[in-house]
Design a protein around this ligand. Structure first.
Ligand code: SF4
Ligand code: SF4
Length: 229
């Protein structure tokens, strides 16, 4: 039927729109159960700000929910285990251009012995961010993922919504708490990538060693032949 696709699309939109009022798992911002009635925020200044407090807040939302990006670090000091290497791919690919990165001048030596560049500055203007997740998809280092944090209201409209690197940095443990399935899948992928890289490195080293041994053997054989003649 001519135009059938349009009606199909409208039916899907209508079903999702109506469903968003009835399916409990989709009512992502309606659950304030973690706060007792008398402790509900009464004004902007009372909204949760501490990471611990925010954690209880964000874990009440559906784990498929996403709001704004956060930067991941592994266990330990955030800047010592930050995954971001300031390659700036996300900054270039962000459609509304709301990521601002300044790459460090020198590589830093981390506790895991990796010397790498890091973002001296990494800000996201969440008043512009449209939560599209493109930054997450393009990051080759699994360094940026979506946070579920939604209470970001602030009375400061001049820069108050420019979230700084140190506030964007969250631990991988926190990621596991808010998006358990996604974080587990990402960890598995990273472990598989690491294993593949190590296997490739080992195979290259073995190949180089075999080539060197073959070369040495050929040289020895040539010399022996020369001596015999
Ligand atoms: S989620 Fe989209 S708009 Fe927001 S910072 Fe990432 S790429 Fe930019
Ligand atoms: S978050 Fe990822 S893509 Fe963006 S600068 Fe850091 S490493 Fe590069």
């Amino acid at each position: 039927m001519l135009g059938g696709g349009i009606f199909k699309g409208m039916a899907v939109t209508l079903r999702n729109f109506v469903g968003s009022y009835f399916y409990k798992e989709r009512l992502i911002t309606n659950d304030y159960d973690w706060r007792p009635e008398d402790k509900l925020p009464q004004s902007i200044g009372e909204y949760p700000k501490e990471e611990g407090e925010q954690l209880r807040d964000t874990t009440t939302v559906n784990h498929y929910s996403r709001n704004f990006p956060m930067l991941l670090h592994d266990t330990g000091e955030p800047m010592d285990t930050i995954r971001c290497v300031a390659c700036q791919i996300c900054e270039r690919e962000c459609p509304p251009q709301c990521i601002y990165i300044e790459k460090s001048e020198d590589k830093t030596e981390r506790s895991d012995n990796k010397a790498q560049f890091y973002p001296a500055k990494f800000d996201i203007d969440v008043s512009v961010c449209m939560s599209c997740q493109i930054c997450v998809e393009v990051c080759p280092f699994d360094a940026i993922v979506m946070n579920s944090q939604f209470e970001l209201s602030t009375p400061n409209r001049f820069g108050g919504l420019l979230v700084r690197r140190d506030d964007l940095l969250k631990s991988n443990d926190y990621y596991h708490k808010i998006h358990p399935q996604e974080a587990a899948t990402r960890d598995q992928k990273m472990a598989a990538d690491k294993a593949a890289k190590e296997a490739k490195k080992k195979a290259a080293a073995e190949k180089a060693k075999a080539a060197a041994e073959a070369k040495a053997k050929a040289a020895a054989e040539a010399k022996a032949k020369e001596d015999a003649e």
